[in-house]
Design a protein around this ligand. Sequence first.
Ligand SMILES: [Zn+2]
Length: 295
Amino acid sequence: MAVGPAPLPAPNPYWPNPAPPAPSRALPAVPALTAMPKPPAEHPSLHHTTKDTFAPQPVAPTQPVMPPEITKALGVLKGIQPLPGLQAYADSLGIDLIFNNGAEALKLIQDKNITVAFGDMGNTTAHAQWIADQNLIMINQKYRGNTSPAMVYALSEAIFHEAGHAARNGDNQSSIQEETNCLFLNAWANLFHQQQDPNYANTTQQSELLSNGVALYTQLFFKDPDPQKAALVRRIALKYGVLPINTPDHPTKHTQQVPVPNNLNPGWWLGLPALAHRVVNFVHNQQAAELFGQQ
Ligand SMILES: [Zn+2]
């Protein structure tokens, strides 16, 4: 019978669970530990620690790979530029221009580390949504998988709108004033892209996001010859009429007359109340009509 040191225990096939005993301070490294196999290199949750034990370590959450549609849309967002007369037109409607260009919106997204991702928005008709407690701009997943130029433009416009909600307090509270501010962003972006790319102007029926979303508001804000923008007021009232007129970080603005011709607004400035006020008036009149059976 051979005499010598006791054979090393066989490596535990279930390593590292249970964990090997921690080495005692009084002893040099325990042979059993030095004989342990190295953790598989591809296992990201294990690190060889200085305590000679292998312990699961918390792993920094890996950034989900951004879908190509969204990567492209953020690139397009960065290129959105102001249009001549835009600020004056916003002033005439009592709209607070949250961003001066798309690059400011992209910077906000990056500075606040906001995630932009597809998600399940249930049965709603919403195209996108700002979810403050998740720091997330969620895009309705029904738009996933389409990287056509038109869809990328449209996504960038929807992201522009939601970045408007994420700006300032960035809370979940919205208001009619805030929505008019944000709707103006996506309409401006859509008009800008239509002017940049004539093909885009002709593809408005390709998707609900275009026909019932971003392009619709371009029509209502910038192409409807009605100087009072009654169709726009009605649309916003029907969609957002339950909201309060304003919130502290989106105060109601007064309209301003800016003495320059404005090629964006066929009606120009008529001294009307701010758009948000007109929406609220529409809602009140509608409710009164229903109350008194005039509908
Ligand atoms: Zn909104």
